[in-house]
Unconditional design. Structure first.
Lengths: 265, 662
């Protein structure tokens, strides 16, 4: 299976681990990530201005490229996943945005939201299956107690992203189980880390991440996993006493599959 | 040629403000067949009806068109009026220029044009109307009540007291319903069982009432006055007549790990069980899914200990067939599943409970013998938080759009009872609005606030976060102080929305009773016929029609009983003459009509068909007019055009369409 792969900017610098281990895991799992040529930054934040299309065009280009290849579009970063799915939903369902974007783009055929956007975790869950994944694990992470940190962007708005139940998500817990480890459920796993408020007031993410670490640590998590470079940034900056290590989920995946030191596509 | 009179109603300003009624009169005057046209402010009034009657006599009218409100409102009124004036009632048609025109349009010119078109269509139809004669059908003097909660019990008692036989069909092993699970009842705080149990005894000993517990309605056929119902009596595995209700079998049953539904699964029960101590009948059932005898073939303890020899592992499900004149639906409610509301951590913490679970905890016969305690560690709570409107008044897809109506009051009740019995416990209630319309209701709520110092906070809770130490952190907002609130609690109670019993969809389909988007049964008229279904002979009792508390349920149950009694008191009912009719000359016996008929009204017989150049024996369709409800499915499906609906013939409908398109 070939996917049009949209890595996003952060995966090319700060979050190279998220990208690298995903590529290695994909080889082991037998699917191909074909990076979209000349992809552009998704903007990082879904633009809420309803009359604004310029900041959605980069997403539309990527989506349309995948459509032309006849492939689904795969992404890893929570923010890219969020923006791409929402823009895709706009192109499918909001006539005004769709018409104006298409008028501007002058594509060979208008783009109407035909591409399916999938998160890497969704591929593991819905296409490969966690049971299959479990069979391919060579280094089970037995005994490790891992807290999934979803953050907010991966889950909401639930109706558009259709990733998992925003209030009681299971996908990362099932992923952790598939790797042979034990998931730790703690209440702040789907709460915001503070996100871009870090630029304005460092106290906000400091408070949020302390709350997250206190809770995860209190419920016995040895480590956290995330899919979001921004969460990773804020969690890493945290000075909470209860801080536990945070990894990208792909790193643990590559480790469990025995390809941490392997080769990527 | 018909002589048609057209009567245009103003309905005060309801119609006249949007439709130029004078103009309608002027324009329809020249329609084919029209010999008389007039308008009047209220056609349904005595004077209005007089005008119709006079015109029928003076102008020798053979047909009448009334341009007014929906025929569901006043068709019967105008048909009665015409009949009294000597005209066949089925020569009267109503053109709905209110609901279908004036109420939904703003522009007078457009609305007037549409009103004229609707009138023309009705005139075109009346031109082809033929007098029809209503037949008669007998009334079976027996009623069926589906559901044995307080609604069903009250309806059954009231019907039985009037001297008619009533059967109650209850799905669970005992009657009693939700009310039997409650601890105390608002606004008087009397004990629920204490007021319910006498009614349960009354209903079970009444000579006119038969109770079928652990039974379900399996099949319904027939029509008003004459329903035939198959009731499936599930195998109880215990003989109802032999059992003395001693309870030894339940004590000795080795399988005690079955989740106790009656206690909302807060504890367990045995595999042979009665749901609660005051169960009626006080005869246990064997839950075959969990019984070791049925699962492994090895046990038989209950049979061995039963002195009466009542346990019968061989018992089979049994179907009984009964005839009824009327059916009352009283299937009640359940609370919604909370899996979409996990921000309140219901699935994560045993100390987050629903209000119905709290009822069981507070109940002396409940899982904690009435002691208020946390389900996690059985310690008494210090700080309790109640969250209102969980799934009620919900704007998104997760919950219900409506107000569940009972939660404000039962939460005030819970808060007050807890503060009274455990004065050290702090009680906080988060609410959107406190809604207390009802006799002595607001006084009750104010007592909770003023006398018992329950802390009411206007605002919603965003998250209940279980903490590593077992406590619960409640994050909410105080809208009056405009600030965020974070508070510790050791027990959180969710006022979950109520929804109709999920079985209602199946039951409504069997009864051809309509339900709304929330699965509540629809009334024949929201204001004027609130306890009747639009399907004749089907009546509504209790929450099956919409959220309501016990006093309202009992009132409605009585109202439904009165309607049933009114029906059963008649010896014969007029039948609707608008039934399907088969033209045997055109029928080729293909069975298409019988396949689409929802009432099983069509059969086939070999009949000699005589016509020009035809004389042969053919298999042709026969309509049983006693069963036919005139739905018209067969007329649409018939490939040869042999089926026609009297009063709504194909020719009449096409002439209406022609008139509209003219």
């Amino acid at each position: 299976m070939k996917y049009s792969y949209y890595p996003g900017c952060t995966l090319k610098n700060k979050a190279q681990d998220l990208d690298l281990y995903a590529r290695r895991a994909a080889v082991a799992l037998g699917f191909e990530l074909v990076e979209i040529p000349e992809w552009q930054c998704c903007g990082g934040v879904y633009p809420l201005g309803t009359d604004e299309i310029a900041s959605k065009l980069s997403s539309v280009r990527a989506l349309n490229y995948a459509k032309e290849q006849g492939q689904d579009l795969i992404t890893l970063c929570s923010a890219c996943h969020h923006v791409l799915k929402r823009v895709n939903d706009d192109m499918k369902n909001v006539a005004d945005i769709s018409d104006r974007a298409n008028n501007y783009m002058q594509l060979d055929a208008p783009y109407k939201g035909e591409t399916t956007v999938v998160h890497f975790l969704e591929v593991l869950r819905d296409r490969i299956g966690f049971d299959e994944l479990k069979k391919k694990v060579v280094n089970p992470l037995t005994g490790k107690k891992i807290g999934a940190y979803y953050g907010c962007l991966a889950l909401r708005p639930g109706k558009v992203l259709e990733f998992d139940d925003p209030e009681n998500p299971q996908i990362m817990e099932d992923f952790i189980r598939a790797l042979g480890a034990e998931p730790v459920i703690y209440p702040y796993r789907n709460e915001c880390c503070g996100a871009y408020t870090a630029l304005e007031d460092k106290n906000i993410p400091a408070k949020r991440t302390k709350m997250i670490f206190d809770s995860a640590d209190g419920f016995g998590a040895d480590m956290l996993i995330t899919a979001c470079p921004l969460c990773m940034y804020n969690l890493n900056k945290s000075e909470a006493d209860s801080k536990v290590p945070v990894y990208y989920f792909t790193e643990l995946l590559a480790e469990a599959l025995g390809v941490k030191e392997g080769v990527e596509q | 040629m018909q002589r048609i009179g057209v009567f245009v109603c103003h309905c005060g300003t309801n119609i006249a403000a949007t439709v130029d009624v004078k103009k309608v009169v002027e324009l329809v005057r020249f329609e084919p067949g029209v010999v008389h046209a007039e308008d009047y402010p209220y056609m349904c009034s005595e004077v209005g009806q007089q005008k119709i009657a006079e015109a029928i006599k003076e102008k020798q009218l053979t047909g009448v068109v009334v341009c007014s409100c929906s025929p569901r409102m006043h068709e019967a009124t105008f048909r009665n009026c015409a009949e009294k004036a000597g005209l066949n009632p089925y020569m009267v048609e109503v053109a709905n220029i209110r609901e279908h025109c004036s109420w939904i349009h703003k522009d007078m010119e457009e609305a007037t044009k549409k009103a004229v078109i609707l009138a023309r269509a009705a005139i075109a139809k009346v031109n082809l109307n033929t007098p029809l004669q209503a037949g008669e059908s007998p009334v079976v003097k027996r009623a069926l009540v589906i559901g044995g909660g307080i609604a069903g019990i009250q309806t059954a008692i009231d019907i039985a007291e009037a001297g008619y036989k009533v059967d109650i069909v209850e799905k669970t092993p005992s009657i009693g319903g939700r009310m039997s699970q409650l601890d105390k009842t608002f606004p008087t705080l009397d004990c629920s069982s204490c007021i319910l149990t006498p009614k349960m005894v009354e209903v079970s000993t009444h000579p006119n009432i038969t109770i079928h517990t652990y039974s379900e309605v399996d099949k319904v056929s027939g029509f008003v006055g004459n329903f035939t119902v198959d009731i499936k009596k599930k195998a109880r595995s215990v003989d109802l007549d032999k059992c003395t209700g001693c309870g030894v079998c339940q004590q000795k049953c080795p399988m005690k790990k079955v989740p106790n539904e009656f206690n909302r699964e807060l504890n367990t029960r045995s595999a042979i069980y009665t749901p609660f101590a005051q169960a009626v009948p006080n005869v246990p059932v064997i839950d075959r899914e969990h019984c070791l005898m049925f699962k492994t073939g090895k046990c038989g303890v209950c049979s061995k200990v039963c002195q009466a020899g009542a346990v019968d592992y061989e018992q089979q499900d049994e179907i009984i067939t009964e005839k009824y004149g009327a059916i009352v639906v009283a299937t009640g409610f359940d609370i919604i599943k909370l899996d979409k509301y996990d921000e309140y951590a219901y699935s994560q913490s045993p100390d987050v409970i629903t209000s119905l679970e709290l009822e069981r905890i507070m109940n002396a016969a409940g899982p904690t013998n009435g002691h208020l305690e946390r389900m996690s560690d059985h310690k008494p709570p210090k700080n309790m938080v109640f969250i209102q409107c969980v799934g009620s008044r919900c704007a998104d897809h997760r919950g219900k759009s409506y107000c569940s109506k009972i939660c404000c009051m039962y939460t005030a009740k819970h808060a007050m009872l807890i503060r009274d019995k455990y004065p050290d416990v702090n009680v906080t209630v988060f609410y959107i609005d406190v809604r207390t319309p009802g006799k002595n209701f607001d006084e009750f709520y104010r007592r909770a606030v003023e006398q018992y110092h329950v802390n009411y906070i206007k605002g919603q809770v965003g998250k209940v976060a279980p903490q590593p130490d077992g406590s619960l952190l409640v994050q909410g907002v105080d809208l009056i102080d405009n600030k965020q609130i974070v508070m510790n609690a050791d027990m959180v109670v969710l006022a979950a929305a109520i929804e109709p019993n999920p079985d209602i969809r199946k039951i409504a389909t069997m009864l051809t009773a309509s339900i709304d988007t929330n699965n509540f049964l629809t009334e024949a008229h929201a204001k004027l016929r609130p306890v009747e279904s639009p399907t004749a002979g089907i009546f509504l009792s209790g929450v099956t029609q919409g959220p309501k508390d016990i006093p309202e349920t009992v009132s409605q149950a009585g109202a439904a009983a009165v309607k049933v009694i009114g029906l059963l008191a008649k010896d014969k009912l007029k039948t609707n003459p608008c039934t399907a009719k088969c033209d045997v000359m055109m029928c080729n016996g293909c069975s298409t009509c019988a396949n689409v008929c929802p009432y099983g009204a069509i059969t086939y017989e070999d009949q000699e068909v005589r016509g020009p150049g035809v004389r042969e024996v053919r298999r042709v369709a026969q309509v049983n007019v006693a069963l036919c409800q005139g739905c018209g499915a067969c007329t649409g499906a018939c490939p040869s055009g042999a089926m026609d609906l009297q009063g709504f013939s194909n020719r009449q409908l096409i002439s209406e369409v022609d008139a509209i398109c003219r």
